[in-house]
Design a protein around this ligand. Structure first.
Ligand code: ADP
Length: 690
């Protein structure tokens, strides 16, 4: 059954990149077609509105929307589709302009100048801002004003009137016509482009998401503006000479719009005011009805441009300020959330006197003081520093604010000591210079580190004892020699004492030999004791020649028993390094014993151990231990220094790994390689101490 189902199911269709590309292309083409249609319709409707706002019989539109709508369309679409938008506007332009007795050449000329204006404005804005203008930025608003409201309409107006004159259409002087066209286009761009852009770019969403109170406020504002506009511009008996101050009646509403709702409300308000003012003027009402239609239109335009530009800029500054404050509030809230919930203890202290202004919950738990107990007091007053050095380190941090992650020991209320990794950052809080410090508790880490150190020392000591254990047989033999010599010398002396006369020179010689042999035995015991002791590390300047000699003294018996020939190639001059004598001897003994064991399989006559000391060119000191054993097999060479790696049945596999950590603690390195002929060589490189 399931097979059946499976076999009848269509195979899952994987979408190839080409198909994805095709789908995206189709989506993009669809969007462009919609945008082009909307622009065409808007262009046509805009032209109709422009005609409606015309002072008849003089064909002067107070506001000429088509070009502004074309500019808005271009700013909302990518530059590569601009030609489609412009092409779509062409039929709308023809349909709107071809009425009446306008010659086709004039219709074409107007379209050319209209397109020039929109293209020039959009290109300049895109070039300067690299994106569609946002009117919540003063910089964007100003760029838009200069390019889209001033330069592009002015340039296109010169072109338009030049074409007009060339075709022989239109009456009036060149500059007068330029002026009229410029003002109606500038006003349209100022009002309509931000209006369209702001509503398309999130205005509708903002309206949907706004609260009921905000919507009610917006409705009251629009109604108030409408009534004020009707009162000022549509009143039959009111003209500017009677009550000039009344002209400002819409202004409070427009300011209200700027402060509370930003550019999208201001431009909507301006559009409403423009429509009412023009309508009133056309119908002989309001303050702008005095002179000729041209003068009336000019009055309306200048009034709206002057108030519109300042209100528009003001609203964008307000919006920018609001956004900045919102961002600052957000970042403050985020910082506070991080501060409160940080897994590290955090405190904010005033720089001037170190008084604690705030602490987080982790701080309270770590140090045992409540927030209220800590506020206003300094960490010194709370006696939080375990010692003066750490207190000074903290004060340095407060003073200089330089220092991240330095370790201090701090004391909780109950006296518990905590190792803290302290970092600080200077920040202004409500206008006061403060230090935010983060305290990461590393007490557990520290004690684990201390334990590991302790274990390392123990292990090192154990491995040293193991080395000495290996030497013990030969050492016993080594000690036996002076003791036997002492005994036989003492017996000879006894016999000599029984003789008369006493052979004093002989007795003196015997006693000198006894002292010499005793010293030799004493020296071996002293060195052994030093190696057996578990002292703290003690760094001092050492001559690596004497290190080699001392190690050889201890290993001498071992080497002799195994019949190994010792070749000493010690540098004539002292070669100095800084290090711990016992630890470095441990390394050398380990290498010597390994070499001895490696040579066990070699014939007696070939057994040879070479120890060389030399200064390196860069000032470091080098000890080279070479044997004539079988060498180190390649796979062993890889793992030589790994802990617990051994090829010996009785081996621990710790000697070389401990040797490497000792040399590393001396800032040196230990290397191994096989000789060209036979045997292996170990090189210890240590820093020089000239
Ligand atoms: P252990 O001596 O307990 O085996 P080491 O860490 O001192 O531990 O040495 C690890 C291994 O390195 C030895 O088991 C041996 O295989 C190899 N090795 C060390 N020194 C030499 C040497 N001189 N020649 C050949 N092999 C060596």
């Amino acid at each position: 059954m399931s097979d059946n189902v499976a076999s009848t199911m269509p195979a899952p269709h994987k979408i190839s990149p080409e198909e994805t590309g095709r789908t995206q292309d189709a989506g993009f083409a669809g969007k462009t077609a919609i945008a082009a249609s909307v622009v065409a319709l808007a262009y046509y409707a805009g032209a109709k509105l422009g005609f409606a706002l015309t002072f008849q019989p003089h064909p002067i539109a107070v506001l000429w929307p088509p070009n502004a709508l074309l500019l808005a369309g271009l700013l909302l679409t990518p530059p590569r589709t601009w030609w489609i938008i412009l092409a779509a506007a062409f039929p709308a332009h023809c349909a709107a302009e071809m009425q009446g007795s306008v010659p086709p050449a004039m219709v074409l000329a107007w379209f050319a100048s209209n397109c020039t204006q929109a293209l020039l404005g959009a290109a300049m804005i895109r070039l300067l801002l690299r994106e569609s203008p946002r009117f919540d930025s003063f910089n964007h608003a100003l760029t838009f004003l200069l390019c889209g409201v001033v330069i592009a309409p002015l340039a296109a107006s010169f072109l338009d009137v030049a074409l007009l004159k060339a075709i022989g259409w239109g009456e009036g002087g060149y500059l007068q016509l330029v002026n009229m066209r410029f003002l109606s286009n500038a006003l349209a761009a100022l009002i309509l482009v931000p209006l369209v852009l702001t509503w398309v770019q999130g205005g509708l969403r903002a309206l949907r998401e706004s609260s009921g109170a905000k919507r009610a406020e917006a409705a009251v504002l629009l109604l108030g503006l409408f009534l004020a506009g009707v009162f000022v511009f549509e009143h039959m008996y009111l003209d500017s000479s009677e009550a000039p101050g009344l002209l400002y009646a819409p202004l409070p509403f427009l300011l209200w719009a700027a402060v509370r709702f930003g550019p999208r409300a201001v431009t909507l308000g301006l559009l409403m005011t423009c429509a009412l003012a023009t309508w009133g003027a056309i119908h002989g009402n309001g303050p702008f009805v005095d002179h000729s239609p041209a003068a009336d239109a000019l009055s309306v335009q200048l009034f709206l441009l002057a108030s519109g530009v300042s209100l528009f800029l003001f609203s964008s500054v307000m919006e920018e300020h609001k956004n900045d404050r919102r961002a600052a509030r957000l970042s403050e809230q985020r910082a506070l959330a991080v501060f409160r919930s940080s897994p590290d203890a955090m405190a904010i202290a005033r720089m001037s006197d170190g008084a604690i202004l705030d602490v987080n919950a982790r701080w309270e738990r770590l140090f045992g003081y409540s927030r209220d107990e800590a506020l206003g007091r300094t960490s010194a007053e709370l006696n939080m520093y375990a010692n003066k050095r750490d207190r000074d380190a903290y004060m340095d941090l407060v003073r200089t604010c330089q220092g991240q992650n330095f370790e201090v020991e701090m004391q909780a209320r109950d006296g518990t000591l905590h190792y803290i990794l302290l970092s600080g950052e200077r920040v202004p809080v409500d206008g006061t210079e403060c230090l935010i410090s983060a305290m990461h508790d590393i007490t557990r880490l520290k004690s684990a580190e201390r334990e590991a150190d302790q274990q390392r020392v123990e292990l090192m000591h154990l491995s040293r004892v193991a080395v000495l254990g290996e030497l013990s047989g030969a050492l016993a033999h080594e000690l036996n020699q002076p003791l036997t010599a002492i005994l036989s010398n003492a017996q000879t002396a006894q016999r000599l004492l029984a003789k008369d006369p006493l052979d004093l020179p002989e007795l003196r010689e015997i006693l000198r030999e006894i002292v010499g042999e005793d010293k030799r035995a004493g020296e071996i015991i002293r060195r052994l004791r030093a190696l057996f002791r578990k002292d703290d590390t003690h760094f001092q300047v050492l001559d690596i020649n004497s290190l080699v000699e001392e190690a050889l003294t201890l290993a001498y018996g071992n080497l002799a028993t195994r019949q190994i020939r010792i070749v000493q190639q010690l540098c004539q001059q002292p070669v100095l390094t800084r290090g711990d004598r016992v630890q470095l001897q441990q390394v050398l003994l380990n290498l010597i014993i390994n070499a001895c064991e490696a040579m066990d399989a070699s014939p007696d006559s070939t057994r040879e151990l070479t120890l060389r000391t030399e200064p390196l060119a860069d000032g470091r000191a080098q000890i080279v231990v070479t044997d004539s054993g079988p060498g180190i097999p390649a796979p062993t060479l890889q793992k030589l220094f790994e802990p617990f790696f051994t090829t010996k049945t009785q081996g621990l596999g710790l000697g070389l790994s401990i040797s490497r950590s000792i040399v590393a603690a001396h800032s040196g390195q230990i290397l191994a390689h096989n000789n060209v002929g036979r045997g292996a060589t170990f090189r210890i490189e240590l820093p020089g101490a000239a």
